[in-house]
Every structure is written in C-alpha cells, then in structure tokens.
Design a protein around this ligand. Structure first.
Ligand SMILES: Nc1ncnc2c1ncn2[C@@H]1O[C@H](COP(=O)(O)OP(=O)(O)OP(=O)(O)O)[C@@H](O)[C@H]1O
Ligand code: SF4
Ligand SMILES: [Mg+2]
Length: 373
C-alpha cells in the first residue's frame, strides 16, 4: 500500500481510504522527449480521483494534456513521475499478465468508433473475443446469453438485429455502442472515455451520454469523461476539472464550475462555448499565442493571456486554492498574499458571449437511436 504525503491529504485533494474511491492519480506528470532533446511538458502535477458511480469531466482546449492523462491512467505508457492508485494500492503494472488484469478493471473508450473497430470483424467476433479475454472460454448457450446481455446493456436490441453486422453496416452511434459493449465485457470498474461523442452526429450525442450515465447508475462504474465541450460536462459530469497547458486550473462540482467559474481561463472557456476553437482565436488575437509546452511560461501558464497578470503570476506557479465548498482554482487572485493580482471581469477584455447552451451541442432525442435499424 502506498501512503500519501501529508500535504496531498485534505481539502479537495486525494482522500485516502474513501470507500467510494476507485482510481487515483497523485502528482502525475508526463514529459515527452521531442525532436532529440526538447521536452514537451504535456502533463504536470495532476491529482485526480475517480469514485464508484460518479463521472469526472476533464475539460480543456486542444493540446492541454487530456488524452495523455487518459493514456497514463490506462497504463498505455509510463508516467514521468507521480503515482496511480487502484483502491489505494500502487497500480503500476509490470509485465503482460499484470497489464491484462489491470485492463480488466480499467477500460478505455476512444473518440473514433470506426477506427477502434476492425472493419473485417462482425459484432459477434468483437464481443466474443473480449468476453473470452476477460471472462474465460464461454461457449454455446452461455456465450449467446452473454452476448445478448452485453448488447442489451448498450441498448442494441433485439441482439439478433446487430450481432452479425460489420462496422460499416452500423451508424456512428451504434458503432460507439458496440465499442462500449466491448469495454463492458471486461466488467470494468472504471471507464476512461476520451471524447466519446465528439465524432458523432449532434443528433445522437445525447443518447451516448445517457447510456454512459445509465451504466454509471446501474453498474456503479467510475467514469472519466474527456471533452472540449464544457457544456456537455455540465450536463453529464458530477465533477469538472479544467486543464490549461498540462495543469489543472479549476475543479469543483460541474454546476458550480460552469455557472460560476472562478479561474479567468474557465471564464473564458465558458464564454467561448459552444465553439472552443473560437476561444483560441479570440484569445490569441487579444493576447499572444497559446503557450509552448516545450518551454511553458514560468509561473502561471495562463499569464501571457491573462488580463490580470502581475509579477507574482509570471514568477511563481499558483497551487490549487480553495474557492468555495469542494472547489479549487489555481490563481493567485484567490490567495491572501499582499501582492496578489486583482481579478476583474475577463469578459471586459475578451468580449461578452451568450451563456452556454447545452442544446447546441447535445441536441435531438437519441434515446431510440440504438434501436434504429
Ligand atoms: N507521443 C507523444 N510524443 C510527443 N508529444 C506528445 C505525444 N503525445 C502527446 N504529445 C504532446 O503532448 C501535449 C498534450 O497532448 P494531448 O494529446 O494529451 O492533448 P489533448 O488535450 O488530448 O488534445 P486534443 O483535445 O487535441 O485531443 C501536446 O502538445 C502533444 O503534442
Ligand atoms: S491572475 Fe495570475 S495566477 Fe490568476 S489566472 Fe491570471 S495570470 Fe494566472
Ligand atoms: Mg485528446
């Protein structure tokens, strides 16, 4: 059992021994060596906690390190530093067998269901293979029952309508349901869903999120939901973590983070929804480029784009600080130091935008999508 250092324990941080906690990351960092000696600081000092039957959203613009965190948690690559704990125990796998066991408990769902399903294999082949890897050699009626149960869990019923189809015979939403069923064959405790709806038609996104929500509630699965769309995080996630340039800048319950954002970057992100690219364009136009992760800005990484930055922001990295019940923001404006920056309205600088509108991203009634022929 790996014990946590005392300063990692407490308000809004990792709470060891919480029975609901399934997967934790403590001070997780990943630096990639790039073009010889250059180092990309993709993820720095991230703490994260996934609990049974709860969804955590990881939100941020492109390149902020979201997928890197998912790949680290899936142990598809080693961390540069930090610890991953599964039920409080060091989860680092050594060897193929230990990795197989880990994958049985922590499964990933990818953005592109077409890319992640082999086009030459039927649904039956894909699901049978996953069942046999994770549950042993099922045969005959037992196998048929397990296949039907899996398809039922992802609302692809009746099973015989889908079981012998190839990926190209299914819609994008149906393919993503098959990918989710394949993950469920392992009976996982954790799903790491990396932008699971971003490549799907707007009209079927809600159906996939509702399915994941149902799995959270019925099976008690802990879900990490990675997204560009802070509006969908508000709809779907219990907690939201906002990332900027490899660091977490704000965390809290999704409703508070999206309705009353504290960090200047989160405020900007929300006012840019539902078009996250607009954020980059407007912020760049107003205040320089998005930061290089090879040579990230010193101090607060947001300081070159922040209208409130002062000397302390340029020299010292702000830790996550309490900004309300169960909430934290990494901004010196919330500290009690004398030289703290005075925060104002970020919108005065970047311009007011309408408040986020979930329906713009999650439109349509997809509840029946799975049953479509
Ligand atoms: N294998 C790699 N080698 C070198 N650099 C990498 C590698 N994987 C990711 N990076 C870099 O790490 C940073 C974070 O990438 P990551 O894919 O985690 O971002 P992201 O938030 O998922 O972005 P997106 O929203 O576009 O998917 C980027 O600068 C990326 O170029
Ligand atoms: S005020 Fe300073 S610490 Fe806060 S977001 Fe702006 S640059 Fe970062
Ligand atoms: Mg990504």
């Amino acid at each position: 059992m790996t014990s946590l250092p005392p300063d990692r324990v407490g308000y809004g941080r990792i709470l060891p021994g919480d029975a609901a906690t399934v997967l934790q990351a403590v001070q997780l960092s990943k630096h990639f060596r790039h073009r010889g000696r250059r180092v990309v600081h993709a993820v720095d000092d991230v703490d994260l906690e996934l609990q049974k039957g709860r969804v955590v959203a990881l939100v941020g613009e492109s390149g902020s390190g979201k997928s890197t965190i998912a790949r680290l948690l899936a142990q598809l690559m080693p961390a540069t530093s930090g610890t991953i704990l599964l039920h409080g125990e060091d989860a680092r796998v050594r060897g193929q067998r230990a990795f197989r066991r880990y994958v049985g408990r922590v499964q990933m769902i990818f953005q592109d269901p077409f890319g992640s399903l082999n086009p030459v294999h039927t649904v039956r082949y894909v699901l049978t293979r996953s069942l046999r890897i994770h549950r042993g050699r099922l045969r005959g009626d037992e196998l048929e029952a397990a296949l039907a149960e899996l398809l039922g869990r992802v609302q692809l019923t009746p099973a015989e309508r889908y079981i012998d189809k190839f990926p190209h015979e299914l819609s994008g939403g149906q393919r993503q349901r098959v990918a989710i069923a394949r993950a469920l064959a392992a009976n996982p405790e954790v799903l790491l869903a990396d932008e699971p709806i971003s490549m799907l038609d707007v009209s079927i996104r809600l159906g996939i999120l509702n399915l994941l929500r149902d799995l959270r509630d019925r099976l008690g699965i802990a879900i990490l939901y990675i997204t560009h769309d802070i509006a969908s995080a508000r709809y779907f996630a219990d907690r939201t973590m906002v990332m900027y340039a490899g660091r977490v800048v704000e965390t809290g319950d999704s409703e508070s983070v999206t309705q009353d954002p504290k960090h200047p970057y989160t405020q900007l992100l929300i006012r840019s929804a539902p078009d996250p690219d607009d954020l980059e364009a407007r912020a760049r136009g107003a205040r320089g480029e998005a930061p290089s992760l090879v040579d990230p800005p010193s101090g607060c990484r947001f300081n070159p784009r922040c209208p409130f930055a002062t000397e302390v922001c340029r020299t010292e990295t702000p830790p996550l600080m309490p900004v309300g019940e169960g909430r934290e923001a990494a901004c010196w404006g919330y500290s009690d130091r004398d030289d703290r920056p005075v925060l104002g309205s970020v919108l005065d600088t970047y311009g007011e935008r309408p408040a986020i509108d979930v329906s713009a991203i999650l439109d349509g009634d997809a509840a029946t999508e799975g049953a479509r022929p």
